[in-house]
Write a protein of this length. Structure first.
Length: 399
């Protein structure tokens, strides 16, 4: 038995003993995720226990170093852990922008003091982060941002606005891009960490067509941000005026995260089960051959996409920069998720369109279908991703 075989055996046994039955029910969906944070209320004892046990093991962030709250697993071990979690349909123990986006940026650009201060609470689910990138006049053209950050000696003074800040009204801290040099563009941006409880920070939810609102406007009115949150713990990640380097690296992780929707991570009913309940079976097969064909094609495309994701993540774990490939994953994962919900709506018919359907399998489907449209915008629009793919993956000449 190899070391990896032994690790798989031990992991399977530990998960069997420690993952509560309630936490073994397939895709998470935004409404099932444990987000953690100072204001988080666990939806069940099982959810709390699952987080506590996985965090104690370092398995909420398995590849992070142990001193920063992780388990220090190598790429192969981490892949085995992911496979064993999938085998029992386990929910992720903790969903967090701190894990998916800020953490990787800190591991690459942060100081040792910043990592020790910020990463372990992220791994334990004690702090919830949100992202302050887009502004009313700086979305796809993010480098045009104007949120001002003035050097006042022992502190920064921040004034401006961010928009589409996911879960800002529930977050404890925000990682945000600010303008520290108005005379520059790319080179005048800094990456700043701000406590959302700081005086002058306020949020306002944005109501979406789906009726749900994870997005907010965020306002900074004369917000005083200390230059240090303790000895050597700078509020700036990386170098002043060079935050764009950090921002670009973080965006690759955000786009990779959003691409997970292509594999059904954003919830919704299973296609085959939903179709069987709606259409029925004849001769051991779905009665409608057109629906059968559409489901088969989508499942094939999803499987091919999953293999591509695995390959690129394996390469990334071995030191190859994900780079522009994250745009490819984000675009195709987004399109797959949208296709999936379009097909669910087709199968559901009039019942799926009904906003407050009494039918359990169709309840909430219309809202989730509408929400899926936002995948084409968040993390960079599909049009921007196609431009990136054309230039940096395919090497096509500019028009």
């Amino acid at each position: 038995m190899t070391d990896l075989d032994a690790f798989r055996t031990q992991t399977r046994a530990w998960l069997s003993e420690n993952c509560p039955a309630e936490m073994r029910d397939g895709p998470d969906g935004e409404d099932k995720i444990c987000w953690g944070g100072q204001r988080w209320t666990f939806k069940s004892d099982a959810q709390r226990i699952w987080l506590e046990r996985m965090a104690a093991k370092g398995w909420t962030v398995p590849t992070w170093p142990e001193e920063y709250g992780g388990a220090g697993l190598g790429p192969e071990e981490a892949k085995i852990l992911a496979q064993e979690l999938a085998l029992i349909d386990a929910r992720i123990p903790l969903g967090s922008f701190g894990i998916w986006m800020l953490g990787p940026a800190l591991l690459r650009y942060g100081t040792h003091e910043q990592k020790l201060h910020f990463l372990p609470p992220i791994a334990r689910g004690e702090i919830r982060w949100c992202q302050g990138y887009s502004e009313p006049n700086a979305g796809s053209d993010l480098v045009s941002l104007q949120c001002r950050c003035e050097d006042k000696g022992d502190h920064w003074l921040v004034n401006g606005q961010k928009v589409w800040t996911s879960y800002a009204d529930e977050a404890d801290w925000i990682f945000t891009l600010v303008r520290t040099d108005p005379a520059s563009k790319h080179q005048g941006i800094s990456f700043l960490l701000i406590d959302m409880a700081q005086e002058g920070v306020s949020t306002r939810p944005i109501k979406l067509i789906s009726g749900k609102s994870p997005f907010c406007e965020t306002f900074f009115d004369d917000v005083v941000v200390p230059k240090e949150y303790g000895a050597g713990i700078s509020s700036i990640v990386g170098t002043v005026d060079r935050g764009w380097d950090v921002a670009k690296y973080l965006l690759t992780h955000e786009r990779e995260m959003i691409s997970d929707g292509g594999g059904g991570a954003f919830g919704g009913p299973g296609l085959a089960e939903f179709a069987i309940g709606r259409i029925g079976v004849s001769g051991g097969r779905l009665s409608d051959p057109m629906v059968r064909a559409k489901i088969a094609q989508l499942e094939l495309d999803t499987r091919a996409f999953g293999l591509t994701v695995d390959r690129l993540r394996d390469e990334s774990a071995r030191g190859r920069d994900m780079g522009a490939n994250s745009s490819m994953l984000k675009y195709y994962g987004t399109e797959l998720n949208k296709r999936r919900f379009e097909l669910l709506m087709d199968i559901g018919g009039a019942d799926a369109v009904e906003w407050d359907s009494d039918l359990e399998d169709a309840a909430g489907l219309a809202a989730t279908w509408l929400r899926s449209k936002g995948n084409s915008i968040e993390g960079g629009t599909s049009e921007i991703q196609l431009n990136v793919i054309a230039k940096r993956v395919l090497g096509l000449p500019s028009a």
